[in-house]
Design a protein around this ligand. Structure first.
Ligand code: PLP
Length: 403
């Protein structure tokens, strides 16, 4: 089991022991190619069908043929967006948000170079979208809307089901990157207008290197990978059978533990947040605290660097993650923190704690004890922190360094 305290489950999760157990026979005893017509292939083909059904159930999809296995969330995102563009060559616009994962943002930036017009919906200080702006952009020039279900840094949830209805009213395809939402929020796709959805195995206690693209029946589609007839010709390449079988089991377990996520995991997250905020001054929650994933909290510690906090936490065996990305020697706050207009003095010190059902309340109590002395120690070294509080106008003093 896990050594240390792992609170970085939005980055990746431990593969559940039950999932590993389910996978093992498919490396050695049941190693056939699911497309082969002999008994070796047939057994594996049937196991693949079971996994497809398990995913269908988790997503609340109409039919198991709507499940396409891919290699990861990134592949599912690319396939969805590129398919929508290729299937409707007369439509040259995309609507997305400024806070998407790079899996969508980097693709969109490249599509702009190819001549597509991308509309990036902005967010407010709490990370919420402006629905009026969204509605005003929908038109018959738009090929696809791609909006994440839950933000990976803050956990903030977007009203994608409602947004998909508006997209359909304007005859526009709707895709959602639900990589962080699947397994943490209940889904019922057959009752929604969502056309395409991406998920990734390693975020829900299945292995890395396996994902799913949900494709509603009847939605026009162009494959990204062409070749063999696997996945009904929609994604060529022999399936990653063992991981898919693991993902099926993980989906079944996610269904069973959904209530636990919204009771015990959420209670641990709330206790962690309350414990830290009570004992650390000049710290606040980023994102929308009333509308977010049950496992995620992102706290901005003003006047210090997130990386320094992470390093000291790591020394104590505690793993979390920061909202900054180290690019070319300078620490820039993440695009999500910048989009929410979090002041520089706080955006640099944002830490994401993301929990799972494998965490324990006693671990949370240990983290609550560990954080305040670390923050106090770092603030003593900060030029923006005086004897017993921030120096005057820290905002102005801090900003030019990172401008
Ligand atoms: N989308 C979101 C919201 C994510 O958080 C991630 C991974 O962190 C991805 C996409 C990419 O998933 P994968 O690592 O499976 O490619």
């Amino acid at each position: 089991m896990i050594e240390g305290i792992y609170l970085d489950n939005n980055a990746t999760t431990m593969v559940a022991p039950e999932v590993v157990e389910e996978m093992l026979p498919y490396f050695t005893e049941q190693f056939g190619n699911p497309s082969s017509l002999h008994q070796f292939g047939d057994k594996v083909g049937r196991a693949l069908k079971t996994a497809r059904k398990q995913i269908q159930t988790l997503l609340g999809a109409e039919h198991d043929s709507e499940i396409i296995f891919t290699s990861c969330g990134t592949e599912s995102d690319s396939t969805a967006i590129l398919s929508a563009l290729r299937a409707q060559p007369d439509r040259k616009e995309i609507i997305t948000t400024v806070v998407e994962h790079p899996a969508v943002l980097t693709l969109c930036e490249n599509l702009e170079k190819d001549g597509y017009k991308v509309h990036y919906l902005k967010v407010d200080k709490r990370g919420r979208l402006d629905m009026q702006e969204y509605k005003s952009l929908l038109s018959d020039k738009v090929a696809v809307v791609s909006v994440m279900w839950a933000n990976n840094e803050t956990g903030t949830l977007f009203p994608v089901e409602e947004m998909a209805v508006w997209a359909h009213e304007a005859s526009v395809m709707f895709h959602t990157d639900a990589v962080q939402a699947v397994g943490k929020v209940p889904l019922n796709l057959k009752e929604s207008s969502i056309d395409m959805l991406s998920l990734s195995g390693h975020k829900l206690h299945a292995p890395k290197g396996v994902g799913v693209l949900y494709l509603r029946r009847g939605v026009r589609f162009r494959p990204l990978l062409r070749g063999g007839h696997q996945e009904r010709g929609r994604r060529a390449g022999t399936e990653n059978v063992t991981s898919i079988i693991g993902l099926g089991k993980a989906a079944e377990m996610a269904m069973e533990s959904m209530e636990y996520e919204h009771t015990f995991v959420q209670a641990m997250r709330d206790r962690l947040e309350q414990g830290i905020l009570e004992s650390v001054p000049h710290a606040f929650v980023t994102g929308d605290p009333r509308n977010r994933l049950p496992n995620t909290c992102n706290i901005a510690f003003e006047y210090i660097e997130g990386e320094a906090i992470l390093l000291l936490l790591n020394k104590m065996g505690i793993a979390a993650s920061s909202g900054s990305a180290c690019t070319s020697g300078s620490l820039e706050p993440s695009h999500v923190m910048r989009a929410m207009d979090i002041p520089y003095t706080a955006a640099h010190g944002s830490i994401r704690f993301s929990l799972s059902r494998y965490n324990k309340m006693e671990d949370v109590e240990k983290v609550i004890e560990a954080v305040p002395p670390i923050v106090a120690q770092l603030r003593k070294l900060s030029p923006y922190w005086g004897e017993d509080g921030p120096v005057e106008e820290p905002e102005k003093a801090f900003a030019p360094t990172y401008a």
